[in-house]
Design a protein around this ligand. Structure first.
Ligand code: 13P
Ligand code: SF4
Length: 310
């Protein structure tokens, strides 16, 4: 790590009363400098309770936007505005609005990986760590729309037996895993255990002994320190797993050959760098701005999630 740059960030952070929140998929040097590293749920909880004046969000846009929705008077900055999300992009507000209008009387549950506009059309937001709980909080018999991730939606349907109308969205990173290569790797590593994020496709999830959020997967590795794991999620998570269990045997799940990236890395998460983090804190820009009419509406389903999670 660039020690000078690290020290400059720490000094500036103290001077400006800023907090650095980072997701487990961020570059290791960013995770190392953060005040808090977590999954989407943990990050939204932290964002809801921080007393900092500036939130530097080292993650992707929908995460920083959620922090801004929860903190209208604080400044929220993102190191690079290009840190988007293929899953959020797979759910454009106008077509989703038509979909919701075509299915009246449905409870609309949206995965937090979506834009503020989509959240304004939602009754309840969920993350990968509480999706089961959120769906189960809806009275039985009430029809549900679940968006935007169809893979998480299918998984929740299997777990709960609930009927849900699914939006046809997905994450490019989690759909890149190759089942044939995964089974081959599994055979070559007797005793290995597959763990997967629920954004992965059904055939990948079928092979997994544990399915959960990034924080859940890290906890599972901590609880089984002597096990060899094949990890089906974004490779950035290995940093925290290795930190928690230094001798952990971790193999990233293999991806399809025709994929543009070399391994299961989220290009959006990786556009943030330590230099860009320093620059955005120094310049207080790029800043996340959410129009007040959208923010106030989007806040309601997020607050419902936070309340139901306590
Ligand atoms: P988690 O909430 O499990 O960290 O997932 C976020 C995400 O973007 C997964 O691709
Ligand atoms: Fe979005 Fe997938 Fe990247 Fe997560 S891994 S931020 S869902 S594109």
């Amino acid at each position: 790590m660039d020690v000078d740059l690290k020290n400059k960030i720490l000094k500036l952070k103290a001077k400006k009363n800023a907090v650095i929140l980072a997701h487990y998929y961020q570059r290791p040097e960013i995770q190392e400098i953060a005040d808090y590293v977590g999954d989407s749920f943990g990050l939204s909880q932290k964002a809801a309770t921080t007393d900092a004046d500036i939130i530097v969000f080292a993650g992707v846009h929908f995460m920083a936007e959620t922090a801004k929705i929860l903190n209208p008077t604080k400044k929220v900055v993102l190191p690079d505005l290009n840190a988007g999300c293929s899953l959020a992009d797979s759910c454009p507000p106008d077509t989703f609005g038509d979909f919701v209008a075509a299915h009246p009387n449905h409870v609309v549950i949206t995965y937090i990986n979506c834009s503020a506009e989509i959240k304004t059309m939602s009754d309840l937001v969920c993350t990968s760590s509480n999706a089961l709980k959120m769906v189960n909080s809806v009275p039985k018999g009430k029809p549900i729309i679940f968006a935007p991730d169809k893979n998480l939606g299918k998984y929740i349907i299997k777990q709960t037996g609930r009927k849900m109308l699914l939006w046809d969205g997905s994450c490019v990173v989690h759909e890149a895993f190759c089942i044939d290569k995964l089974l081959d790797l599994y055979q070559k590593n007797p005793g290995a255990v597959i763990i997967a994020h629920p954004e992965s496709e059904e055939h990948i999830l079928k092979t997994a002994s544990y399915i959960g959020s990034t924080a859940g997967m890290i906890n599972y590795v901590k609880e089984h320190p002597d096990t060899k794991f094949i990890v089906a999620t974004e490779a950035g998570i290995l940093h925290e797993m290795k930190k928690e269990v230094p001798n952990a045997q971790l193999i990233p799940a293999p991806i399809q050959e025709d994929n543009t990236c070399a391994c299961s890395e989220c290009a959006f998460m990786k556009v943030n760098t330590l230099q860009k983090l320093y620059d955005c804190l120094n310049n207080e820009n790029p800043e996340i701005i959410v129009p007040e009419n959208i923010r106030a509406k989007a806040l309601q389903p997020i607050e419902r999630m936070l309340q139901l999670s306590t």
